[in-house]
Design a protein around this ligand. Sequence first.
Ligand code: ADP
Ligand code: MG
Length: 323
Amino acid sequence: EYTVNKIAAGEVVERPSSVVKELIENSIDANSSKITIEIQDGGKNFIRITDNGHGIPSEEVEKSFLRHATSKISKIDDLYSLNSLGFRGEALASIASVSKIDLITKTNNERIGTKICLEGGNIINKEPIGSSVGTTIIVKDLFFNTPARKKFLKSSTAETISITDMINKLAIGNYSIQFKYINNNKIMLTTPGDNSLQNAIRSIYGKNIANNLIPISINSEHLNITGFIGNNSIYRNNKTLQHVYVNKRYVKSKLILNAIYEAYKGIIPINKHAICFLNLEINPKKIDVNIHPTKLEIKFEDEQYIFNLIKNEINKSLLNSTL
Ligand code: ADP
Ligand code: MG
């Protein structure tokens, strides 16, 4: 019952960027090697995600919109050991209940694909349709039936910024997947998906950042950390270029960011923020289960150990690089 409450506490659909996040994670879970995201007007009226993943068999299409019908795990403790990002089986159901959806999907084993249309969670049409293998989902008119929530949406510009940030973080965390992002018919981003984190960073954040990175490889008993940190020339006024992933899942961890801040002390100006792209591979048993699934927060069992390790090792790498 503890687990169930923890899961239920996570409201999936807050704003367009949370829809985009859930849909991209489904595409990742479906083993896609290419994901295209298209939005209009901050995603408030139009979001389309196209992937080349394994698709949904026709007879299971309705079921994927049922709450908890598809949950991939039964215990939240499995969360960080899972290979899949989805685990609550409620994203599609939640999104469908507050929008109008068209989904087209086809698996490798099917000759013909399936199209299903829903409004406010109700199926209004299902028919066979020609399609390539994979899934396309269109989410229209978000919150059309919940005006109170619609009112809380920010400007198209603000919602677009939030979506762009979400896509950047997911594209960095899944750099072997090719991401394409189109905003109001304009291509904003194409990542190579060539298995190089540095190439993904270059395509998203540009040459100046990609060419001023220090590789990081920290190995300790319960924890491996890999990725890149910025050298002393590319710091920022804010924390938007701080990317921390735990077992490939993007997280917000004050502990880790504070450790990084300490590591850069005396190396970059005070009150400036380092740039980092770090993935922590950690034994799931060393992560506290007291996490919030949508807010991306995480707690570690041995915080002092992790803090010191990151602070000291990153500081060492920084000092070595300036020798
Ligand atoms: P969860 O990801 O937690 O299982 P979701 O509500 O996000 O729950 O998705 C429900 C189910 O729909 C998934 O488990 C998967 O079987 C199917 N599904 C959703 N999106 C896709 C996709 N892009 N490709 C293949 N299957 C998908
Ligand atoms: Mg999911």
